[in-house]
Design a protein around this ligand. Structure first.
Ligand code: BMA
Length: 325
């Protein structure tokens, strides 16, 4: 992937104050992204100096220069879920007709939950679903239904990083008829111990290509003394049965190298969370091989970076051999 020369494309300096709760923001990272109404829209994770987390909307005509709207996103219905939601974060965006579905992580006293909200205009957001049982994160919806059913990838949190948040080393597939009730149906991807992607989690929602579902994920190398290193990789999933992995990058395709990725609130992190293709077939939704992909990522849990690649380049990377698994 090639970094934008405008990186980091968003920093705390771009976040307008929204008093009284957000003044002099601390960080902005891990955005959801989508092309909507002819512009690129990012749903940003913004932290205040209280370490409260807010979602904010940014818009751009060119996908590089963004204007952040001076308001905090409120999700109607989130106050009625029956548990206190401390933080809503790491949103992933998927189109559903004229609407956009937002899958987000929500920290509650009982653990991390996946919620889904619906918006048409990025002004009003209505809660559709809120998970109850499992501690899980990094949920992404497929942009089409399979025999009428919704599918999503998610990463159950089964382990705690040393001194850090809960994490996991397996991405699973789940299905639902109504977006509300989800059943896990298969294991899709496991972490590869001792290599770049020991712990794993989905990045942006999968992209439909002529070769299968192209999916960018993050891998965490945990076997270094001082830091967990968050990197990006990719996997190609079978078009009809997305629990089947066709090929997977043996190495990472983006790793912390620039200062703004190496240093910050959490050092050594690139965390891909948004992806926009510059075009897709209007009928089939297939993104062609030479389409440019813009990948938006959180850098060091502090600012937002942009990197570009193409479908063909990413699939070629998937074919480069790496560790088994
Ligand atoms: C993960 C999540 C992300 C975060 C990353 C690096 O576990 O909490 O939101 O960006 O760690 O700190």
């Amino acid at each position: 992937m090639k970094r934008s020369s405008a990186n980091p494309i968003l920093t705390r300096a771009d976040i307008p104050d929204v008093p009284p709760r957000l003044v002099d923001a601390t960080s902005v990272f891990n955005p959801g992204a989508i092309v909507h109404g002819g512009e690129t829209v990012l749903l940003l994770r913004v932290q205040a100096r209280s370490r409260e987390t807010f979602l904010m909307v940014a818009r751009s005509p060119d996908g590089v220069r963004f204007r952040v709207e001076p308001r905090l996103v409120a999700i109607d219905g989130l106050g009625d879920v029956g548990e206190r939601v401390h933080h809503v974060y790491d949103p992933r965006l998927t189109r559903d007709g004229d609407d956009v579905l937002v899958m987000f992580a929500a920290d509650t006293d009982a653990g991390c939950r996946l919620g889904i909200a619906r918006t048409r205009d990025f002004e009003r957001f209505d809660l559709v679903a809120f998970g109850r049982d499992e501690d899980t994160r990094n949920g992404v919806l497929f942009p089409e239904r399979f025999d009428g059913r919704w599918l999503r990838l998610e990463r159950p949190n089964r382990v705690a990083l040393d001194g850090g948040p809960t994490s996991g080393d397996e991405i699973v597939l789940a299905e639902s008829d109504d977006l509300v009730h989800w059943r896990t149906t298969a294991s899709v991807l496991r972490g590869r111990w001792r290599y770049w992607d020991e712990r794993i989690g989905s990045g942006p929602p999968p992209v439909r290509t002529a070769h299968g579902w192209l999916h960018v994920y993050h891998g965490v190398a945990t076997h270094f003394q001082s830091a967990n290193i968050y990197q990006a990789g990719a996997v190609l999933l079978d078009r009809r049965d997305p629990s089947r992995v066709l090929v997977r990058t043996g190495h990472n395709v983006l790793e912390p190298r620039e200062l703004y990725e190496l240093v910050g609130q959490v050092p050594n992190v690139v965390f891909p969370s948004g992806l926009c293709a510059d075009r897709a077939d209007p009928v089939t939704g297939v993104v062609p091989d030479d389409a440019e992909l813009r990948i938006y990522y959180g850098a060091a849990d502090t600012c937002v970076g942009l990197a570009t690649t193409t479908v063909a380049e990413l699939i070629a990377d998937c074919h480069v051999a790496g560790p088994p698994g």
